[in-house]
Design a binder for this molecule. Structure first.
Ligand code: AHR
Length: 504
């Protein structure tokens, strides 16, 4: 039976301005993300530096404001100095996080060139696994100081006269995880992160720092980890990180699509913990969230066990995403927007080939995976201020969740172009849904477009040979009468309903 859901939006009731960095992404020296992903010197699309122009175009289309680099687990064993200076002198290393061979042909200088070409900025992670305070201060000096000191002059001698001016830095990666190179207890990590933060901010006081939170909410130390780390670092850092990945191993779509409720609870728990430390310290400063790894990740796990160690750019973590994955990614984007008052940075992990919206074939094509589309739409239309919506939706229970609303939705008003965009997922696998939205304070708004991503096959994917199997289309089916927007959301669909103020 067709369900009905209602949303009420008031132009004056806002959650927060969206920090554009909420649409960030991530490129790690892992698998074919860097080598044979963004960088393939022999490819016919390669530019003079070896970067694939077709990949850059797709990244630009996504309007990715910031890219986390160079890891991930990789960073905890990385000597950043291996990636600078003449390429022929750079060492080949056994890369222990992913058991691969690292050629170091791309380092911070080349990556910063790539970032400029892709219209994005860098969020740089430092190694707090095998390294520490000394390497932390040196890399900030190398990247951000103009000249007149050892590391800044070395950068100039490498051909980079201008500093890279990297403003956002991760203090290590997933240091709570036993798999991490140089894994630490919360006290051990809190102390080294505090001391590294101190020297990094002495070198460049304009930078912002992210302390490592838990690798996911199932970690046995979750909660206590955040509290202890922030007790040590509160005065020196600006954000605490969150990471999470979801899968549909049990092939249960109702439960899978409800997993954004887990993300919602996770964010609320980390915000509460950060505010608990704030209260304890009687601090006036608020620590916000950098959700610097999130995505669907499960398709490639079995295949990855078969990959030979110590090869260059092995095809690791190459999830081929289905239509249902795109729906969950849509729900996760809506959840991040709901928390735009505290989530200031978020990185879809990752960007190219490795659990990524963009795939490439060595020597061949580049194409958009299914999850590309909700990310594209949110990044394009989800700029401005998030509205505090009231939603009345029918609900269901799934294996792990109760009271899952069939409608997942959020609205963003862009004051620069007077556009109102409603993002909505219909989780109902049985039928379409009648969606009504009552607008308060939106005089003279007209319907622009209803973008829909739907598919009769929930397992449909885009591949090299069929890259446009799952693509969105635009509909003209929305009615606005007396400030009431009425539209049908197809069963299991991602929807972008665009309205704009008429000029008259
Ligand atoms: O994104 C893949 C990996 O997932 C990252 O290297 C690590 O931080 C996380 O466990």
């Amino acid at each position: 039976m067709q369900k009905k859901a209602k949303m009420i939006l008031d132009k004056d009731f806002k959650i927060s301005r969206v920090d554009k960095r909420i649409y960030g992404s991530f490129i790690e020296h892992l698998g074919r993300a860097v080598y044979d992903g963004i960088y393939e010197p022999d490819h016919k699309e390669a530019d003079e530096m070896g970067f694939r122009k077709d990949v850059i175009e797709l990244v630009k289309e996504l309007k990715v404001p910031i890219v986390r680099y160079p890891g991930g687990n990789f960073v905890s064993g990385y000597n950043w100095e291996d990636g600078i200076g003449p390429k022929e002198k750079r060492p080949r290393r056994l890369e222990l996080a992913w058991s691969s061979l690292e050629t170091n042909q791309i380092g911070i200088n080349e990556f910063s060139d790539w970032a400029k070409k892709a219209n994005t900025e860098i969020m740089m992670a430092i190694n707090l696994g095998t390294r520490g305070i000394d390497a932390a201060r040196n890399i900030v000096e190398y990247c951000n100081i103009r000249e007149g000191s050892y590391w800044s002059d070395l950068r100039k001698s490498h051909g980079y006269k201008e500093p890279h001016n990297i403003k956002l830095w991760n203090l290590g990666n997933e240091m709570d995880g036993p798999w991490q190179i140089g894994h630490k207890t919360a006290d051990e990590y809190g102390r080294i992160a505090c001391e590294a933060a101190k020297v990094m901010k002495i070198v460049d006081p304009s930078i912002e720092l992210v302390a490592c939170g838990s690798s996911n909410s199932s970690m046995p130390t979750f909660g206590q980890w955040e509290a202890t780390v922030l007790e040590h670092t509160y005065d020196y850092v600006d954000y605490i990180s969150m990471h999470t990945y979801y899968g549909n191993e049990e092939n249960d779509i109702e439960n899978f699509l409800a997993k954004s409720l887990d993300m919602d609870a996770f964010i609320k728990a980390v915000v509460s913990t950060a505010d608990y430390v704030k209260a304890k310290k009687r601090s006036r400063k608020t620590i916000n969230i950098s959700f610097d790894e999130w995505n669907v990740w499960f398709h490639s796990r079995e295949n990855d066990k078969k990959i030979e160690p110590w090869t260059i750019a092995p095809p690791l973590l190459e999830d081929v995403y289905t239509f249902e994955d795109a729906l969950l990614v849509g729900c996760l984007l809506i959840t991040l927007l709901k928390h735009a008052d505290r989530v200031k940075i978020a990185c879809l992990a990752q960007l190219v080939n490795v659990i990524a919206p963009i795939m490439t074939e060595k020597g061949g094509k580049a194409w958009r995976q299914t999850i590309y589309y909700p990310y594209l739409h949110a990044s394009t239309y989800g700029r401005g201020e998030v509205l505090a919506s009231v939603i009345d939706s029918p609900k269901y229970d799934s294996k792990d969740f109760s009271d899952v609303p069939f409608l997942e939705s959020i609205a963003v008003i862009n004051d620069e172009n007077d556009e109102l965009t409603i993002f909505a997922v219909n989780r109902d696998k049985a039928d379409s849904m009648l969606f009504e939205c009552e607008l308060k304070g939106f005089e003279n708004y007209r319907f622009v477009e209803h973008i829909v991503l739907e598919n009769s096959d929930i397992k449909a994917a885009n591949t090299k040979d069929n890259p446009d199997n799952v693509v969105p289309y635009s509909k003209n089916d929305c009615v606005i009468e007396d400030s009431l927007v009425r539209v049908l959301l197809p069963r299991l669909s991602w929807n972008v309903i665009r309205l704009a103020k008429s000029s008259k």
